[in-house]
Design a protein around this ligand. Structure first.
Ligand code: HXC
Ligand code: NAP
Length: 283
């Protein structure tokens, strides 16, 4: 679909680039000639992804550990990227945390944890990379939001609040930083199967119902998202700025994300969410 050298000369930082959609986008960017820095909390995951992507594409990929909740850690990533590749031309804000919960059961720290990763983390990475891009004379920031950033959704209130903030940040900086040659856009995906998202957000037995809500009757294909991201990171989209591009098979127009669980009995909702929580508890 693209010229092989579409992203040549680009140096792109992908937060959460070692797994799921971040990794799929990273692979596509590298296959189109970009050099990459992948960062997340688990060093072994980003290092393995970096090695495998280098081997399959021939592009240089650096894997670094970084918690986006800490500004100094993200600044450290930018420093390492500039030492190794001389500049940073692109950032994909992909790192996120999420879980299903009845909001009245949440602790303050549960809400804060998700908002810290998704909203503050996106701000930290955008600030650190944006300063570097401004100094260089331009760049592209792409944030991965989701459709409930504007519809809201039951049972994912911390994530919905944080993603709404990411959309507001994208549109605000699209105006503020255009004069420095920095474009800011976002993608709003519907459901794409990944271990991280589906283990936390898809209770056993609800997949069929989830598919029925999507007019195209299927989940997204990682390649579809990676192609859209490649276009938005490329000079070919040079006049696209401040846009949130939806890629969800028409799902959000057909009803909210997790709102349908409200029709289930309370005990069933609790049981489903507890099951997911036990299965995804960090060891
Ligand atoms: C209620 C929960 C909870 C749950 C954690 N907490 N899980 N509360 N239900 N399932 C509470 C804890 O009790 C604690 O509060 C606080 O949150 C912090 O929990 P920790 O486990 O200490 O946090 P941490 O180790 O930092 O892990 C963060 C995490 C975890 C978000 C909880 O799931 C994670 O690391 N996720 C990263 C990957 C991820 O989530 N991927 C999915 C993205 S998918 P207390 O008060 O007890 O201290 C996505 C898709 C959106 O975003 C759109 C779909 C269509
Ligand atoms: P995923 O594999 O769980 O990706 C999340 C990534 O974020 C992981 O690589 C994780 O790595 C990293 N991360 C989490 N907390 C971090 C922190 N504090 N600092 C640095 N990195 C952190 O899930 P995914 O489905 O691919 O999600 C990717 C993006 O797509 C997210 O923004 C998500 O909201 C969005 N999205 C996904 C879907 C979907 O259906 N899959 C739908 C809509 C939107 P570590 O654990 O190593 O830190």
């Amino acid at each position: 679909m693209f010229e092989k050298d579409l992203l040549q000369d680009q140096v792109i930082v992908v937060t959460g680039g070692g797994s799921g959609l971040g990794r799929s986008m990273a692979e596509r960017f590298a296959s189109l000639g970009a050099r990459l820095v992948l960062c997340s909390r688990r060093l072994e995951v980003v290092e393995r992804a970096a090695e495998e992507i280098e081997a399959s594409t021939g592009s240089e990929v650096l894997g670094l550990s970084c918690d986006v909740r800490e500004l100094d850690q993200v600044e450290g990533v930018v420093t390492r990227a500039v030492e190794r590749f001389g500049r940073v031309t692109g950032l994909v804000n992909n790192a996120a945390g999420n879980f299903l919960a009845q909001t009245e059961t949440l602790s303050s720290n549960a809400f804060k944890t998700v908002v810290d990763i998704v909203l503050n983390g996106t701000f930290h990475a955008t600030l650190a990379c944006g300063r570097q891009m401004i100094e260089q004379g331009g760049g592209t920031v792409l944030s991965i939001a989701t459709t409930y950033a504007w519809t809201g959704s039951a049972f994912v209130v911390p994530s919905a609040c944080a993603k709404a903030g990411v959309v507001a940040m994208t549109r605000s900086l699209a105006v503020e930083w255009a004069r420095y040659g920095v474009r800011c856009n976002a993608i709003a995906p519907g459901p794409f199967p990944t271990e991280g998202a589906f283990s936390r957000l898809m209770p056993p037995g609800v997949e069929e119902a989830a598919l029925r809500k999507i007019p195209l009757r299927r989940f997204g294909d990682h390649e579809e998202l990676a192609n859209l991201a490649s276009y938005l990171m490329s000079p070919g989209s040079g006049y696209v700025n401040g846009e949130i591009v939806t890629i969800d098979g028409g799902e959000w127009l057909n009803g909210g994300e997790f709102n349908h669980f409200t029709s289930l009995p309370d005990e069933q909702i609790d049981g489903m969410f507890e099951q997911l929580r036990a299965a995804t508890r960090r060891r």
